[in-house]
Design a protein around this ligand. Sequence first.
Ligand SMILES: *[C@@H]1O[C@H](CO)[C@@H](O)[C@H](O)[C@H]1NC(C)=O
Ligand SMILES: *[C@@H]1O[C@H](CO)[C@@H](O)[C@H](O)[C@H]1NC(C)=O
Length: 478
Amino acid sequence: MVISRPSSLLRFPSPSISLYVLLVFCFSVLLFFFSQRQISEVDTGLLLPEAPPSVLEDQLWHSSSGYGYHSCVKPTQKYEAAKVVDRYITVNSNGGLNQMRTGISDMVAVARIMNATLVIPRLDKRSFWQDSSTFADIFDEPHFMQSLQRDVRIVQQLPKEFESAPRARKHLTSWASAKYYEDLSQLWKDHQVIHVPKSDSRLANNDLPIDIQKLRCRALYGALRFSSPIEELGKKLVDRLRSRGHYIALHLRYEKDMLAFTGCTHGLSEAEIEELRTMRMSTNHWKMKNINSTEQRNEGSCPLTPKEIGIFLRTLGYPAYTWIYVAAGEIFGGKKYLEDLRFNFPNLVFKNNLATREEMEEFVSHATQTAALDYIISVESDVFVSSYTGNMARAVEGHRRFLGHRKTITPDRKGLVELFDKMENEELMKKTITQIHKLRQGAPRRRYGSLPGIKGRQRLRTEESFYQNPFPECICPT
Ligand SMILES: *[C@@H]1O[C@H](CO)[C@@H](O)[C@H](O)[C@H]1NC(C)=O
Ligand SMILES: *[C@@H]1O[C@H](CO)[C@@H](O)[C@H](O)[C@H]1NC(C)=O
């Protein structure tokens, strides 16, 4: 009821300036009327009228509870309890929060395959995350050790007497098989400690023993609970959002480094394009230097812009007053591009206006911990949408599938930009967008295999990540 002609808001780019201006005016007046537009203060819960329940309402928010599937992570009958062995694996866990979480879960499985004791992993402090957090700052360490008791022996530190024991430093192969790790057990003949300097993607997605796959799920979804300060604030923030009604969690990838790296400059000014190009040229480890933004975008390889995301969600039918929690780093262009999203969805919420300054105090200087808050809020949202793929989007999607196929919308970026650019007939566009996203909302399906035509080890790289969709190993028919 806030907006009576939602489709008119979808003009992009607007062919008619006057209609546009008129609409902006009406929109602002209505907004002012309903809301004072104040969301910058904590907990000012705008009480906008809920739309009357309707079929549409149901389609927008509900995923039919689990679709007749449930999570299944219990080991099979032949699974034996872990043995106490004096062989140790020490791990340095690299990457951002979600790369670390999935990497640690893999290392639990690797320690199990190799019959070894796992030492609590060290978290990488040198990556661009520049975060001094330890394992226990981020995860509930006692819970981690205890809940995996039957699976793997885990100790907090390498026992003193092993500090000078023969030690192998081993860069593990990416996407390795169980056989690889069984063969690696040869190392135990001459060493008592194996040090693993990198933990990300060290285990294949497929063709592993069922008990190893289930163990990965028990580790990621059960054992790797966040530490209590993070869990408690996360829950509080989720409750705060829910008290306002349904909410969408939007993982908005529109940070400067993301745009510079992908070379995506659609809709940006000349000066900004140059700024991003300079960053790309001066960042040595980014190999792609000359990128044609138009081609990149047409291939669906660009993050959707805040404006495009706004249009997309409106075309799917989400009303203007919908609460959107924006899980994101610093958005490029400051407020400027966010305004394009706010134009369609005025009720945007960020960590910093959802939580008080005091609540955020102990987290702000730890990127990994604030990422954990985003993670919790995203997993618990009514709907999760990501403007681009990445470790966080994949991890949240997998977790939501695991918890009962909670609604997770994956934009078809290639299809969308094509429609946005043509945009001759709004009604048709709306219908098409709805149609192509019917089957992209997180309903149960088996994990995708590798891309066709790709051979050898490259094939493993193109398989859908186990943690993006742990179906069928950890999700079973009821
Ligand atoms: C681990 O222990 C089990 C049970 O004793 C044994 O069957 C298996 O071969 C061992 N695996 C390795 C890699 O040593
Ligand atoms: C980028 O690609 C588009 C589409 O292929 C083409 O029209 C355009 O000229 C290219 N731009 C540059 C600067 O090469």
